[in-house]
Write a protein that binds this ligand. Structure first.
Ligand code: PRP
Ligand code: URA
Length: 225
């Protein structure tokens, strides 16, 4: 019986994982193809990340509560529309999250934005967050934006910092997510929804996503020395 329950739980966890990834749009395939290409220069790379952020933010918009709003036009007649009734707080992880954030802000221009300064140790791959600048997030929807979800360590660090502040829900937007990293984040909190433009199968020995795109921070802003 115990074994049967474990198998059901395993099947359910795979179903949930698949259901939380949104990467059907052809536009996203074009954009991810471009950012994976090593020949893409930083300017074009950042522009594609911004566009990816915008598309994925539009997907999240579909899930938010709406309110009925009337507008009276120049013809003196009125029309009814259903507008987003939420103002999520955006939080990004520097550096690589910044170009993606710019796209998310196109969809939520009035949202407050929080910043986390997080770096992965190149040897241990453990993240350390040394800069935290967050607005009030109690009872609010938080959209956490980072370009790469590799081991999941950086996102998880951010999730824990956000959870301490009592958000209503956490949504993650990233360009490329590795399967193990996704599983790690969702096993910590299965209520998180992850929107990714692509999911990749593995990490290499240096903790880079494969096929991935390389170092997203370096490709956006230049190498760190
Ligand atoms: C990148 C990216 C993520 C992290 C993902 O940051 O922005 O935060 O790696 O890796 P993880 O899932 O294994 O934690 P990086 O440490 O390369 O810093 P940078 O953005 O400043 O280049
Ligand atoms: N951070 C990156 O920038 N790229 C990866 O593939 C993994 C972590």
């Amino acid at each position: 019986m115990k074994q049967l329950l474990a198998i059901i739980a395993l099947i359910l966890s795979f179903t949930t994982l698949e259901a939380k990834i949104h990467n059907e749009r052809t536009e996203l395939h074009h954009l991810v193809h471009t950012i994976r290409d090593p020949q893409t220069d930083p300017k074009h790379f950042r522009r594609c990340l911004k566009k990816i952020g915008e598309y994925l933010a539009l997907e999240t918009l579909q899930t938010f509560t709406r309110k009925e709003v009337e507008v009276r036009t120049l013809t003196k007649a009125s029309a009814t529309h259903y507008l987003c009734d939420e103002k999520p707080v955006l939080v990004t992880i520097m550096r690589a999250g910044l170009p993606l954030l710019l796209g998310v802000q196109e969809v939520f221009p009035n949202s407050e934005v929080g910043f986390l300064g997080t770096m992965r140790d190149e040897e241990t791959l453990k993240p350390s967050t040394t800069y935290i600048a967050l607005p009030t997030i109690k009872n609010k929807t938080v959209i956490l934006v980072d370009t790469m979800l590799a081991t999941g360590g950086s996102i998880l660090d951010a999730v824990k910092i956000i959870e301490e502040r009592g958000p209503a829900q956490i949504i993650v937007i990233c360009a490329i997510a590795a399967k193990d990293g996704i599983a790690r984040v969702l096993s910590h909190n299965s209520n998180i929804t992850i929107y990714a433009a692509a999911t990749d199968p593995i990490l290499n020995e240096k903790g880079y996503i494969v096929p991935g795109l390389g170092d997203a921070g370096d490709r956006s802003y230049g190498e760190k020395h």
